[in-house]
Design a protein around this ligand. Structure first.
Ligand SMILES: [Zn+2]
Length: 346
């Protein structure tokens, strides 16, 4: 009986011990699995985006720019002293851009905000975020105030595409340099040095584009694009000096869709444009990267019915959006495509 009781007690003890060991193993197993899953999750986590990175404190002045063209000037002047983020990226249209999730936080985080202005950023939510905001400085509005005669008006509406004239856009350096120097007075000398380097780079770009377009005979320098983004470009690089004192230079730049690429083409618009193509013997017209080619295709069809051959240049121009290019690359590319298209129709 004693032996039986002992065996029974031992057996009970053994079962309890086994159960305890099993529980311990299971806990260990789950603990190891949890650690592995955590390590895996951390390892697979996406690296922070540029915007997330920009939101973090790093001791630099946080600057938000609405477009890549604005950022080119601001980053050039600010250099290493600022942390600069572009709000409207890639092919997004600055005319119609509306704030998306996370943009409000960028506006709150920014110490300074630079926009293109002159009505470019007219998407309601973006416009509301910019208007009456004491942190916002407009490069275009600065040009309008300081160099009023340099601003182009189309039917009494200001043309916001000022960056398409590099020499004019370059003049905003003085304003950006002043604003940044006021924010970082101890960095003034360095910022002024950056401003001089940026001005030199853009002067060189301006001269390079002018020289490129000079290779096109004057009677072939007529540009037709999807929307009215190339008036400043035309005045700076396609028109001869003698046309600048009158409105004659404006004949060298036409677009079916007006200042913002969202208008519908009327029969009268098509008639006016086809008359223009015939009058100036224009055979190549230019699409834009972020704008539908529908209006240009209609023009080509109408011209075809009139027995005239007009074609759309193989490669689109960039105007409102740089895509993945820098501002400098975009302007060099446009100059090349326009010169090539006007010279030999490719
Ligand atoms: Zn535009």
């Amino acid at each position: 009986m004693k032996i039986y009781q002992k065996c029974s007690q031992q057996s009970h003890f053994c079962v309890q011990l086994k159960q305890q060991l099993l529980r311990w193993h299971m806990q260990k197993y789950w603990f190891i699995c949890s650690v592995l899953l955590l390590v895996l999750a951390l390892g697979c986590k996406n690296p922070p985006t540029r915007a997330q990175d920009w939101m973090q404190e790093n001791g630099k002045v946080k600057v938000l720019c609405t477009t890549a063209m604005v950022a080119d000037i601001v980053q050039g002047v600010g250099g290493e002293q600022i942390d600069c983020l572009t709000l409207i990226q890639g092919e997004n249209d600055p005319h119609s851009y509306q704030l998306v999730k996370g943009d409000d936080e960028k506006f709150s985080r920014a110490d300074l905000i630079f926009c293109s202005g002159l009505g470019l950023e007219h998407g309601p939510s973006l416009r509301a975020a910019l208007e009456h905001n004491p942190k916002v400085f407009s490069l275009g509005d600065y040009l309008h105030r300081t160099y009023p005669s340099s601003i182009v008006f189309i039917d009494k509406t200001v043309d916001p595409h000022v960056w398409m004239d590099v020499g004019l856009w370059q003049k905003t350096i003085e304003m950006v340099s002043r604003i940044l120097s006021e924010k970082m007075p101890d960095q003034k000398a360095l910022l002024e040095q950056n401003a001089r380097s940026t001005a030199s780079r853009l002067s060189q770009l301006d001269a390079e584009i002018a020289a490129k377009l000079q290779t096109v005979p004057l009677d072939q320098r007529y540009l037709v694009t999807t929307h009215d983004a190339f008036n400043y470009f035309t005045r700076a690089y396609l028109a001869p000096k003698e046309e600048l004192s009158s409105s004659l230079w404006r004949l060298r730049c036409q677009a079916p869709e007006g200042l913002a690429p969202d208008s519908q083409l009327s029969t009268a618009d098509i008639q006016q444009l086809t008359d223009h193509l015939i009058r100036f013997n224009i055979s190549t017209i230019f699409a834009e990267s972020n704008v539908s080619q529908d209006s240009l295709k209609k023009i080509v069809d109408v011209m075809h019915k009139k027995g005239r051959t007009v074609h759309i240049a193989k490669r689109p121009l960039y105007a409102d959006a740089c895509g993945t290019n820098s501002y400098q690359d975009m302007m060099q590319y446009d100059a090349e495509i326009i010169a090539r298209g006007l010279l030999n129709g490719s």
